[in-house]
Design a protein around this ligand. Sequence first.
Ligand code: FES
Ligand code: FES
Length: 152
Amino acid sequence: MITLNINGQEMPVEASPETPLLWVLRDTLQLTGTKYGCGMSLCGACTVHMDGKAVRSCVTPVSAAADAKIQTIEGVGEGAAGKAVQQAWEQLDVVQCGYCQSGQIMSAVALLEDNRVPSDADIDEAMGGNVCRCATYVRIRAAIHEAAKSLA
Ligand code: FES
Ligand code: FES
């Protein structure tokens, strides 16, 4: 039995220690907002926060998450940066098919938690590992600037 702290709640789960966190979130806990894309840390669809840092849950063994605070897209809107990002995403109509967007939002929030006034270069660096097959990159960058403005 492993106890995870997810979105502020303790959640005991039965899982082998090497099981990727992504599968525990999606299959065991039904937190399906976190998506599976590549399974190899290449696309960012599975991004969650572990102690405030953006991590790829497809390559993070659940045992590594046991003593950490995990935040997923289901809980990210409870913080100021999460709320600002979600509002900016809506305001600028960022989403196209939507598949990559929970990962995009998690990376954007981790960036803004660290850096309230990111430059274009900061954004490109922080978001570089999040792939969008619909190519919403221009709107994502604009929405991050918008969220930063609203947090100022
Ligand atoms: S599914 Fe984890 S990075 Fe692609
Ligand atoms: S919005 Fe379709 S993959 Fe990004």
